[in-house]
Design a protein around this ligand. Structure first.
Ligand SMILES: Cc1ncc(COP(=O)(O)O)c(C=O)c1O
Length: 413
């Protein structure tokens, strides 16, 4: 198979540069670089029907992935996650075509595996061997795992209050973990400083071109799973925004490839009311999002006060006729249980936020309940047990007490 990767292009000023050497952001203006493909050629030579017989990983879209030589692919089997028809929740909400794209089954338990599979593979191809990332937790876990598999060195920087599972998985996979007093932005500063000092390549969200290439495969998969149609609504828990802009990029590529005839999707960004810079900017009609002060939420992945790709996220939502919605931590916690008990899908807090957002938008009459709606559950709750349940050893709220021991029979002599 061959990749149709052609070059890199700045999403803001349009400057192009070579994809045969490492780049992070645009050399001219510092904004986000996208990988571009020779789509007219790919349109003539790649038949979407060929995809169906390929292995069930995101590498089934190899021609639209950025790795030139297959031997550089570092894969743990990521992608092609199930699209589940959420019949029970749908009944409760009056939505007949409600689906959950369950990313919890990815390697390392979250959709971050997609981005890191692509970025680590490409880094390997470009001869980079020492990588670093600031992370709310899941991206760090994914980087640690893919670097372990690829025989590369991983450095990760995460806030001290990141979920225990994320800290442990990084250490166990041999990454160098630095816990940071602060938020993701503070972790980002330290990661970049360390990169400059030690010659590491920094893979911060949208500050290199290839994590978005892995994330975009969610858009390809959704179309393939729906018979090469796009859903009417995607509800997405938005932090740095790689996923939302990646899906939007996939749609534009699929249109150019002739794999889909039209894009029908309204992109909905869900954020926490303790950190909602994108939703606030949407409501204000702004082209950029002001940094959110004093960001707080239990959904660590969407605790991103300032995103470099803010203009891309806002553009995707507006072009799609989409929306933004804020939800509270109490709603998120309630929806973890609602999704788990109705569907058997145990969502991460970020995934649960999408259900809270959907509920709100339906109540406001902002969404058509007859639409094909996809909730993106971006990870598994198993990585958040310290966040979701009370202290170790204590009975989880709602659990029954242990049965009283049967009384020992009295010895009657
Ligand atoms: C579970 C989870 N959901 C959502 C997000 C936000 O993702 P994005 O950067 O694509 O907006 C993250 C990011 O850390 C995450 O870990």
């Amino acid at each position: 198979m061959r990749s149709y990767l052609s070059h890199l292009e700045c999403t803001s000023c349009g400057v192009t540069c070579s994809a045969e050497e490492p780049h992070r952001t645009c050399p001219a203006c510092g904004k986000v670089l996208y990988a571009r493909y020779d789509l007219p050629h790919a349109r003539r030579e790649v038949d979407r029907r060929a995809i169906a017989s390929r292995p069930a990983t995101l590498w089934r879209y190899y021609e639209l992935m950025p790795v030139r030589h297959e031997e550089n692919v570092v894969s743990l089997g990521e992608g092609m996650t199930p699209l589940l028809h959420a019949r029970n929740l749908g009944k409760q909400l009056g939505c007949t075509r409600l689906y959950i794209k369950d990313e919890g089954g990815n390697p390392t338990g979250s959709f971050k595996a997609r981005g890191m599979a692509a970025a680590v593979s490409k880094a390997r191809e470009l001869g980079l061997r020492k990588l670093t990332v600031p992370s709310a937790g899941n991206a760090a876990g994914a980087l640690a795992a893919y670097c372990a598999a690829g025989g590369m060195e991983a450095h990760v920087f995460m806030p001290r209050d990141a979920p225990q599972a994320n800290q442990q998985e990084c250490l166990d996979a041999g990454a160098r973990l630095t816990l940071v007093d602060g938020l993701i932005g503070d972790a980002g500063r330290l990661s970049r400083e360390q990169a400059a000092k030690e010659g590491l390549f920094d893979l911060s969200t949208l500050q290199e071109p290839y994590r978005a290439e892995g994330k975009k495969t969610m858009g390809y998969e959704l179309a393939e799973q729906l018979g090469w149609r796009t859903p009417d609504v995607i509800v997405y828990p938005t932090g740095g925004g790689t996923g939302i802009v990646g899906i939007w990029k996939a749609y534009q590529e699929m249109l150019a490839l002739g794999w889909i005839d039209e894009v029908t999707t309204r992109m909905v960004a869900v954020q926490s009311d303790g950190c909602a810079p994108i939703v606030r900017a949407l409501h204000a009609g702004a082209g950029h999002a002001e940094p959110w002060q004093d960001a707080r939420t239990i959904a660590a992945g969407i605790r991103v006060p300032s995103a470099i790709g803010d203009y891309l996220i806002l553009r995707a939502i507006r072009e799609s006729g989409g929306a933004g919605v804020m939800v509270s931590d109490q709603e998120i916690l309630a929806e973890v249980k609602a999704m788990a008990s109705a569907e058997g899908v145990y969502p991460c807090p970020e995934g649960a936020a999408t259900l809270a957002g959907l509920r709100r938008l339906l109540k406001e009459g902002a969404l058509d309940p007859e639409a094909t709606i996809v909730l993106m559950n971006t990870g598994t709750a198993y990585k958040y047990l310290d966040v979701l349940s009370p202290k170790r050893g204590r009975r989880p709220a709602g659990a029954s007490p242990p049965p009283r021991a049967a009384r020992a029979p009295r010895n009657v002599s």
